[in-house]
Design a protein around this ligand. Structure first.
Ligand SMILES: C[S@@+](CC[C@H](N)C(=O)[O-])C[C@H]1O[C@@H](n2cnc3c(N)ncnc32)[C@H](O)[C@@H]1O
Length: 332
């Protein structure tokens, strides 16, 4: 396996493209163009930026195909291509705009070298660097919401969960997985357990697709009792913790579960030789930078679950899900 020189240069300068997209998004360029094309001067006035620098940024966006430009009545005007309207404007239901919470992510990734030397996060005592302020916490929740909502309808159908009547999604954040669960299994009740501050912030998301079958419980899953359930879920919540904390969490789940109960783990598996897939490798870097945990191969997940007494372990690589694969296991 070898790369061409240009491919290496593309990796080296990848951050430049990210910053062009991020800056245009943060300045509101794509939003300003939702009502139709505008000249660079008009856009600069709307986003309150320097006209010459704005024109140069807009041209860089054209180079990346994030914007189109045409000549109309002797004036150059810029407009959003369909893909930008669909994926980068705030009001679009398919928007991935909130995945770009780069105010937190970008400086954090600048610490990667130091993290590798230290073997741990360099900056924050918080659960996540994202949770240091309510604003960055909400940004993080929005990005999780988008990421989980995209894959959730596929994830709830990987295994037949119809024999479970009450589920509890530990670290279920805004309830995106819970919503997909009650849609797929109309008789199921789901409790989302998350930190009280997250449950409080979730109220914006709860109004979207609200369901009587979903309830929210604020608490610390290391300290407080879990809501009763015959199906517990850890989605992108297994990978967050140090081995010691993960052991404590799995022990607690095992002790709380009744015989016949199940645990559904949703995480993106690393290949057994840890050379892919790229999404898992990047998530693993994220874990190193912002949390205490790591990504794992399927055999590492199985080993951990077996150590805590879980049996009947079944797994599935979910081909059409971007950020999750699935494992289900039981308590005898
Ligand atoms: C990486 S997010 C995953 C969110 C969601 N399950 C998903 O797949 O999108 C981890 C979640 O665990 C929650 N969490 C962290 N520490 C917690 C604790 N001690 N008690 C309860 N929830 C916690 C976070 O607030 C966050 O919502």
């Amino acid at each position: 396996m070898a790369l061409e020189k240009q491919e290496i240069v593309d990796i080296l300068y990848g951050f430049q493209k990210t910053q062009i997209l991020f800056s245009a998004g943060e300045l509101g360029v794509f939003e300003e163009l939702t009502n139709g094309p505008l000249s660079s001067k008009a856009i600069a006035a709307k986003i309150k930026a320097n006209p010459d620098a704005t024109e140069r940024l807009l041209n860089a966006c054209v180079g990346l195909k994030l914007l189109n430009k045409t000549l109309k009545d002797g004036e150059t005007i810029y407009n959003n291509p369909d893909s930008t309207t669909k994926y980068l404007t705030k009001s679009s239901p398919d928007s991935v705009r909130w995945m770009t919470n780069l105010n937190v992510v970008y400086p954090m990734w600048g610490q990667l070298k130091d993290c590798v030397v230290k073997g741990d996060r360099v900056s924050s005592e918080e659960f996540f660097n994202y949770y240091v302020t309510p604003t960055t916490q909400l940004e993080f929740m929005r990005s999780m919401h988008i990421i989980c909502s995209m894959d959730a309808p596929k994830l709830v159908n990987v295994f037949d969960l119809s024999s479970y009547s009450v589920a509890c999604d530990l670290g279920g954040s805004t309830g995106s997985l819970a919503k997909a669960l009650v849609k797929a299994y109309p008789t199921m009740k789901v409790t989302v357990m998350d930190r009280s501050d997250v449950v409080q912030q979730s109220r914006d998301f709860m109004s979207e697709g609200r369901s009587e079958a979903i309830s929210y419980s604020g608490g610390d899953f290391f300290v407080d009792a879990f809501p009763d359930a015959d199906l517990y879920i850890l989605a992108h919540t297994f990978h967050n913790w140090s081995p010691e904390k993960l052991d404590a969490l799995l022990d607690k789940i095992m002790a709380t579960m009744k015989s016949g109960g199940a645990l559904l783990v949703l995480e993106k598996f690393l290949d057994e030789d840890k050379s892919g897939p790229m999404e898992s490798l990047l998530l693993d870097m994220d874990m190193l930078l912002c949390a205490e945990g790591r990504e794992r191969s399927l055999s590492e997940y199985k080993e951990k679950l077996e150590k805590h007494g879980f049996t009947d372990i079944k797994s599935k690589v979910v081909e059409n899900a971007l950020w999750y694969d699935a494992i289900i296991c039981k308590k005898k």
